[in-house]
Design a protein around this ligand. Structure first.
Ligand code: FAD
Length: 473
């Protein structure tokens, strides 16, 4: 983690600056950076144009996970019957869920605000833009703040499909949290984790759900068998349409008519587009300092999150490195320690445990089977696919899949992939071992916890596949 610092510190004479650090954006990365920098004694100001907490807290990870929990009760009620319970016809009230979810989000927002205040950060509830290497303009008040350093932590925003007629009828992941009622019929477009998670939520809550993705598999970048396992499970829960695209949307008196590229039509009450996100750099003033966004619209930075302008840094989704909350937080922390704490370190983006809160859930760390096969001489793939114990009485058909991918030459575990109940919780723990460089022998000598699904991780002895490069034969 720790590396040598580069900090090319601008050192103007006297107290030429109003603040040591101006943070633009009060999301995961900005809030962490502001608090840590203030803790190191810096005078910090932060501008947030919407709500402190950012995407994750206000309209991302947190409210989404609460909706995932809401959806999962449906299966729990069903499964309970197999264990002898008589469950009266369950009824779901969207407005109760929404009210309680929104209250929880508001509670967290207050905590974020309070923590910033306690750290001594001055929060400006308005938009801010860059006016120079050391100048930020507060848009509402017009005030210009002179800052020794500027941290851009403005995140990203959802984008719609630009070429599809009728796109104004669709909502994005921002508006989905504002829906006052549960749509009876919903079309979700996209194959990434956000589309997959919301399709799972709506299907579980009883909406007739269609998930449309132009690719032939969901979740690009994940292990192929996990992708196939999820598609199989989703195919039983919703109308899954792969390899198809949306041609247009039209308003009808009874709903929205979606026409697909093959001429097929379906009428729905809501269309949720989750096909991509773009860094929030429009009108930010990057041109005033000569920072050119890259092709994905992101701000290019070095390992220490420094841009081409020495006094301006950028962290989080606006840099499009790994668009996850723990990464934004860690980048913000590393920036603050490096620039204000006299302790230079940078974030290792190489090994990132992560989860998809679909049902069944996905947890993954390290290389997929395909990636490991390409990068390593020979790999062993240990695989276990089974019906979890709970499913024996509940009658649920989902299978659990666990894969461990091992470098034959060193015995090191290169990747672990889990599809099934609590995969996200499991992968957090497994991630520690993999990050420490655990070998398959380390997994093998770990005593199993019985009876659990996770014990398969330490009891698989015979590889399902051994892959060797062509040249080796
Ligand atoms: P953000 O959190 O987006 O914060 C940026 C802030 O800057 C925003 O509050 C914005 O209003 C503000 N801002 C923008 N421009 C300006 C300006 N000019 N002036 C002032 N303020 C400005 N990640 C996970 O790790 N796990 C998950 O389960 C997960 N689920 C997600 C679900 C959804 C639906 C979405 C959309 C994202 C999810 N993410 C998840 C991703 C995660 O939310 C982001 O990676 C994270 O929030 C990035 O943090 P950030 O600080 O870069 O930006």
């Amino acid at each position: 983690m720790a590396e040598t610092a580069q900090t090319d510190r601008p050192t103007p004479a006297g107290d030429a600056f109003d603040v040591d650090l101006f943070v633009i954006g009060g999301g995961s990365g900005g809030v962490r950076a502001a608090r840590i920098a203030a803790g190191h004694g810096a005078r910090v100001q932060l501008a947030e144009e919407y709500r402190v907490g950012g995407t994750c807290v206000i309209r991302g990870c947190v409210p989404k996970k609460l909706m995932v929990y809401a959806g999962r009760f449906a299966e729990e009620f069903e499964d309970a019957a197999g264990f002898g319970w008589t469950v009266p016809e369950p009824r779901f009230d969207w407005s109760v869920m929404k009210r309680r979810r929104d209250a929880e989000v508001a509670r967290l927002e207050t905590i974020y605000d309070t923590n910033l205040m306690r750290a001594g950060v001055d929060v400006e509830p308005q938009r801010a833009v860059i006016e120079g290497p050391h100048a930020v303009r507060l848009v509402d008040s017009g005030k210009v703040v002179r800052a020794r350093y500027i941290l851009v932590a403005v995140g990203a925003r959802p984008v719609k499909l630009p070429d599809v007629p009728g796109m104004d009828l669709a909502i994005t992941s921002n508006e989905v949290f504002e829906l006052e009622t549960r749509p009876e019929r919903i079309l979700v477009i996209g194959g990434g984790y956000i589309a997959v998670e919301f399709a799972g939520v709506f299907a579980a809550l009883g909406s007739r759900t269609t998930l449309l993705h132009r690719g032939d598999k969901l979740l690009r970048g994940f292990d192929d068998e996990v992708r196939e396992g999820l598609a199989e499970a989703y195919g039983k829960r919703m109308d899954l349409r792969l390899g198809r695209t949306l041609a247009r949307l039209e308003r009808r008196t009874t709903g929205i008519l979606a026409t697909l590229d093959d001429g097929d039509t379906l009428e729905v009450d809501q269309v949720l587009v989750a096909t991509g996100r773009r860094p929030n750099v429009d009108g930010l003033g990057l041109d005033s300092v000569g920072i050119a966004p890259n092709r994905s619209g992101a701000i290019p930075v070095d390992a220490f999150s420094q841009t081409a302008v020495p006094s301006i840094y950028a962290v989080g989704d606006v840099t499009d490195r790994a668009n996850l909350t723990p990464i934004a937080i860690r980048e913000g922390h590393a920036f603050a320690d490096t620039v204000f704490g006299g302790k230079a370190w940078s974030v290792d983006h190489g090994l990132i445990p992560t989860a998809v809160f679909s049902t069944p859930e996905i947890g993954t760390v390290g290389l997929t089977e395909a990636q490991a096969g390409e990068r390593y001489g020979a790999i062993d793939v240990y695989r276990s696919s089974f019906r979890p114990m709970k499913a024996t009485l509940s009658g649920r058909e989902d299978r659990m899949l666990l894969k461990v991918i091992v470098d034959v030459a060193t015995d090191r575990v290169l990747g672990v992939h889990i599809l099934g109940h609590d995969a996200g919780e499991m992968i957090q723990a497994v991630g520690i071992a993999v990050t420490m460089g655990a070998t398959k022998a380390d997994f093998d000598r770990t005593i199993a916890v019985h009876p659990t699904a996770g014990e398969e991780l330490v009891t698989m002895r015979v590889p399902a596949v051994t892959k060797r490069p062509q040249s080796v034969g």
